[in-house]
Design a protein around this ligand. Structure first.
Ligand SMILES: Nc1ncnc2c1ncn2[C@@H]1O[C@H](COP(=O)(O)OP(=O)(O)OP(=O)(O)O)[C@@H](O)[C@H]1O
Length: 237
């Protein structure tokens, strides 16, 4: 579903991502963990096509994000770490705007908006301008928007930040559902307990380099993910 090959991205002199390769298959929830400034957001943005990169290749379902950006964007959804949506739009206008971009039919969008807005208890607020939303409400709206066109690959940067426990639980279920239906999820998180419970596979990045990746069992063995992560952080200091 997603193949990242030898990705390198520099900002001026700073190598933010250094020769990173990983592969995500259909059906996998793939967690991406690393310290602040490790290169997670840079990698995720490169995958979505928002950020140009210097070297390497990124393939989504076999298509290059460099040479087939539109085809790739049709297959994915991206939820950034900060849900800066269009404040002047109402929630419902924003969802319809996103549905228009992805050419979701009137019937499908109505069903999906109704379903997810009800689940996230956001229905009553959809008529409000986004400027009046709390951080968590914006995050819920961004999640509903991401699910509207039934993307094959969902990329999320710290998706659980700001969500209440019920919404977090709901999102985890929605992530698993996408994978059960043949999609894939790639998301970053600092909450290692969530990653450990939820992810099929995990990659650990440090200073732009991938230092460990594999199935959760391969990466953590009999230890907790937190223990392994902290050990790896210390080791390569
Ligand atoms: N626009 C930019 N210009 C210059 N340097 C940048 C820019 N964006 C990120 N960086 C640098 O690239 C490195 C990787 O940043 P990135 O945002 O990818 O890290 P991250 O793992 O997502 O961190 P966090 O967990 O804090 O969100 C950092 O050293 C950061 O300072």
């Amino acid at each position: 579903m997603l193949k990242i090959e030898h990705l390198t991205k520099t900002y001026g002199e700073k190598k933010a991502v250094d020769d990173l390769s990983l592969q995500i298959r259909r059906g996998e929830i793939y967690g991406f963990i690393g310290h602040n400034g490790a290169g997670k957001t840079t990698t995720l943005k490169a995958v979505t096509g928002i950020l140009q990169f210097d070297e390497g290749e990124i393939l989504i379902d076999g298509k290059s994000v460099r040479t087939s950006p539109l085809e790739c964007k049709r297959e994915i959804a991206y939820i950034p770490d900060n849900p800066d949506l269009y404040d002047y739009m109402t929630g419902i206008k924003y969802l319809n705007f996103i549905a228009d971009i992805f050419a979701v039919s009137a019937a499908d969008r109505q069903d999906r908006i109704r379903k997810y807005a009800d689940l996230f208890e956001l229905t009553a607020d959809l008529a409000q301008p986004i400027a009046a939303y709390s951080h968590g409400m914006k995050q819920k709206l961004a999640i509903i928007a991401a699910w509207l066109h039934q993307p094959k690959l969902i990329i999320m940067d710290e998706p659980f930040v700001g969500l209440d426990p019920k919404a977090s639980h709901l999102l985890k279920g929605m992530m698993r559902e996408v994978c059960d239906e043949g999609g894939a999820i790639f998301f970053s998180t600092h909450v290692l307990e969530v990653a450990e419970k939820l992810c099929d596979k995990v990659a650990i990045i440090k200073g732009g380099k991938l230092i460990r990746s594999g199935t959760m069992e391969e990466v953590k063995g009999d230890d907790s993910l937190e223990e392994v992560f902290l050990e790896l952080e210390d080791e390569s200091c």
